[in-house]
Structures are given as structure tokens and as C-alpha cells.
Design a binder for this molecule. Structure first.
Ligand SMILES: [Zn+2]
Length: 187
């Protein structure tokens, strides 16, 4: 599901009504345009904008789902969480493929504002812009689900089904759509 962009390539979330899919240009437009963004899922796709970032791509980075500063601050750097198949994985190990632009540009200012507020205390967190808080928390939530979709139910069997089926990611597609607001593609 996508909404038609305006002349500037930006999309406003309508209260009701869904437009048809815009054509995907052969030559990608700038990063902020929704028309170049995809809900693509896989180990070689940016989990936010969906652009291909295969091994060796200068745009490829690994994004820690839970920010490193947060894990240090909360004393969770060595801690683990339990997946739905009861496997444990370190918070620090939970990463997703992310392009340099989404990681280092679109979300970096939001991340910084949240980090500063967390360091300052509860009152500062309460004063955070709701948009910042949604995008920051929403990225973590989507990142956890995405990371789990890249892991196998049986770690010894690469042919076993993913921990989270693709259909589940499809079911939260609108959430993914809203995360595109970090780039300005959705306002
Ligand atoms: Zn990206």
C-alpha cells in the first residue's frame, strides 16, 4: 500500500482513502522521495528505505536495533533477550541492514535529541517532541521484528522457516510507511 506523492514527491497521510501504487522510476530519484522507497525485506536491503545494499556496497551499514549508548546507559551491553523460539541473543548482537543515509543522516538527528533527553532525565524525555519519540521507538520496534525475520527458527538449518514470517512484516506495512517520515518523504 502506498499513497501518491505530490509534485515534490512527498506524501501526506490522508485520513481516509488509499491511492493506487505510483510507478517506480527506473532511475531512482533522491533519497527523500517516497517513490524510490520500498517495503523490501531481506539481508541485503535497507530495513527503512528498502534500497539494495549488498555486501561491499559503500551504502551498507549494520544498525544496532537497540542503540549502543542506550545499552551502556542501562547496563544492558552484556545482557540478552529471548526470541520467540526461546533462543537467546545479546541486545548488542541484534542488528539490521541499514543504508548510510537512513542510518547516518535521516535518523541521526532524532537519535541525538533522544539521547540528550535520556541523559538529562525523565523531565527532558517527557518534553521530547512526540514525532521524535514515535520515530525513535517505532524504528526500534520495527528493527526487532525485521531482525527476527532474518533469523531462522532452527539456527542449524538454514532452510528452516524464518522466526518471523514475511506475512507479519506485511501486516505492519503501514507502520513501516510512517517511519519514512524521518527522511521527509512522509509528512
Ligand atoms: Zn535506507
Amino acid at each position: 500500500m502506498r499513497f501518491l506523492p505530490d509534485a515534490a514527491g512527498r506524501v501526506r497521510v490522508p485520513g481516509k482513502g488509499v491511492a493506487s501504487e505510483p510507478p517506480v522510476p527506473a532511475d531512482p530519484a533522491p533519497h527523500r522521495f517516497l517513490s524510490t522507497r520500498r517495503h523490501t525485506i531481506g539481508p541485503d536491503s535497507c530495513f527503512i528505505c528498502g534500497r539494495p545494499i549488498p555486501e561491499g556496497s559503500p551504502q551498507r551499514t549494520r544498525e544496532h536495533v537497540f542503540p549502543k549508548w542506550l545499552l551502556r546507559q542501562l547496563g544492558l551491553a552484556e545482557s540478552t533477550l529471548t526470541s520467540i523460539n526461546r533462543q537467546t541473543i545479546g541486545y548488542y548482537q541484534l542488528t539490521v541492514p541499514c543504508c548510510r543515509t537512513c542510518n547516518g543522516v535521516d535518523f541521526s538527528a532524532i537519535e541525538k535529541r533522544v539521547q540528550v533527553a535520556f541523559s538529562a532525565g525523565l523531565d527532558a524525555v517527557r518534553r521530547l517532541d512526540r514525532r521524535d519519540l514515535f520515530l525513535w521507538l517505532g524504528k526500534i520496534y520495527y528493527g526487532v521484528v525485521y531482525a527476527e525475520s532474518l533469523r531462522r527458527a532452527d539456527v542449524r538449518d538454514p532452510a528452516s522457516p524464518p522466526l518471523v514470517p514475511e506475512e507479519h512484516l506485511e501486516s505492519i506495512r503501514f507502520h513501516h510507511f510512517l517511519l519514512q517520515a524521518a527522511s521527509g518523504a512522509v509528512q
